[in-house]
Ligand binder design. Structure first.
Ligand code: S3P
Length: 427
């Protein structure tokens, strides 16, 4: 795809597609509930469709109509042995959380994914699950495809997470629902807590105390209606675009404002971004509101420590904001970026460098000298949706044309990325 330079700014209102993390979890808990769960504003991105596919393969009836999803829950013990290998596609969230659930079923299963997923570490869930008494085997001890065999019981367990990860935490919470005693997870920093909130919403016995999360064996729970808020991780791209382009003012309505996800707002405010939150409210245990953003003079900052899990998916687009900021931005403590859909430290630095950015990788992040200038170049997404959307915006702010390979990968989290951008673009 060729991206031409934008000549104007961004003005108007928009909504963004449903939150990816919450959409995945709505299928998981809706499937395990008794009776119907109706989901509204579900993200019809490829990752969430992979989750739907996996549950359909385990006998759950799921009807899709527009962005509405009706799940006919099979109950806590009602999943059926899949007849084939479950396909998680590109989705780390699907394969990791599902592993915890499958570890407690009375049938053997296997989960696989695409080329990118096959490079992502699974031992981070297999090791603690096997310690709890599960029987999970990874390819070459570490990677997908994984095979999960039935066991007699899942034991009480306390796990101190070496790295903040909501996927690992959620995986162990899933297993904990079927366990014989308390499963306790201690987080180094708090990662996104959508699983905890959804468990509470469905009446599953979960307890949160600071960085510690505890779960007891769950009992039958009933289906509920879920309204998925807009995904702040998708909103982040438009927020940064509006900050960079002078004269912009956009309002993004109905965005999820869960405090474990709002690091992008804190970072942009600290960089000097003009951002206001309006109309805050709570929908099925999740905070939601509208975000107003205006074109701003950004400045470089240091980003590290416990904010990192709260911006883990936003670092590629924050890097672009840093290119258009005055001064230097240093991102540290973000080693986890190396095991995302691609190595995002290397990918962001290599591709933005091709466009003339002054950006240097380091072991746990990157250093970006603000230059406010990019030149069009031929760049690669590495099949990573967030690289695709970041590079599309970089191309719009660069002089000359930018050619992006494999832009189709953006369908993983925001198939309507360009359509939404066009509604606010002023030429
Ligand atoms: C997710 C957790 C995050 C994030 C991913 C979605 C989730 O990964 O990067 O896109 O829905 O649980 P971590 O496991 O690193 O927290």
């Amino acid at each position: 795809m060729i991206i031409n330079k934008y000549n104007g700014c961004f003005k108007g209102e928009m909504t963004v597609p449903g939150d990816k993390s919450i959409s995945h979890r709505s299928i998981m808990f809706g499937s395990l509930a008794e009776g119907e769960t109706n989901v509204k504003n579900f993200l019809m991105g490829e990752d969430c469709l992979s989750t739907i596919g996996c549950f359909r393969d385990m006998g759950v009836e799921i009807e899709v109509s527009g962005t509405d999803v009706k799940i006919k829950g099979v109950g806590f013990k009602g999943l059926k042995k899949p007849e084939k290998t479950l396909d998680a596609g590109n989705s780390g969230t699907t394969i990791r959380i599902l592993s915890g659930l499958l570890a407690c079923q009375n049938f053997e299963s296997r989960i696989d994914g695409d080329e990118s997923l096959r490079k992502r570490p699974m031992s981070r869930v297999a090791d603690p699950l096997n310690d709890m008494g599960a029987d999970m085997e990874c390819t070459n001890g570490k990677y997908p495809p994984v095979t999960i065999r039935p066991v007699e019981k899942i034991k009480a367990y306390r796990y101190v997470q070496p790295t903040a990860s909501a996927q690992v935490k959620s995986c162990l919470l899933m297993a904990g629902m079927y366990g014989e005693g308390t499963v306790e997870i201690v987080q180094p920093e708090i990662s996104r807590d959508h699983t905890e909130r959804m468990m509470k919403y469905f009446g599953i016995p979960i307890e949160v105390e600071g960085k510690t999360v505890r779960i007891q064996k769950a009992d039958v729970f009933k289906g509920k209606d879920i309204m998925v808020p807009g995904d702040i991780s998708s909103a982040a791209f438009y927020m940064v675009a509006a900050c960079i382009a002078k004269g912009s003012e956009i309002l993004i309505r109905d965005v999820g404002l869960n405090p474990t996800r709002t690091g992008i707002i804190d970072v942009l405010l600290q960089m000097g971004g003009d951002i206001e939150i309006e109309n805050e409210r709570l929908e099925n245990e999740e905070p939601i509101g509208d975000i107003r953003i205006k074109g701003s003079d950004l400045k470089g900052i240091e980003i590290n420590g416990d904010i990192i899990p709260r911006i883990i998916d936003e670092i590629p687009i924050i890097s672009l904001a840093a290119v258009f900021a005055e001064g230097t931005t240093v991102i540290s403590d973000a080693e986890e970026l190396k095991v995302k859909e691609t190595d995002r430290i290397a990918a962001v630095c290599d591709e933005l460098s091709k466009m003339g950015a002054k950006i240097t990788p380091k072991d746990d992040g990157m250093v970006i000298e603000g230059t406010s200038k990019l030149s069009g170049a031929a760049v690669k997404t590495y099949g990573d949706h967030r690289m695709g959307m970041m590079l599309a915006l970089a191309g719009g702010f660069a002089d000359g044309d930018t050619e992006i390979d494999d832009i189709e990968c953006i369908a993983v989290s925001n198939p309507d990325f360009f359509k939404i951008l066009d509604t606010v673009k002023q030429i």
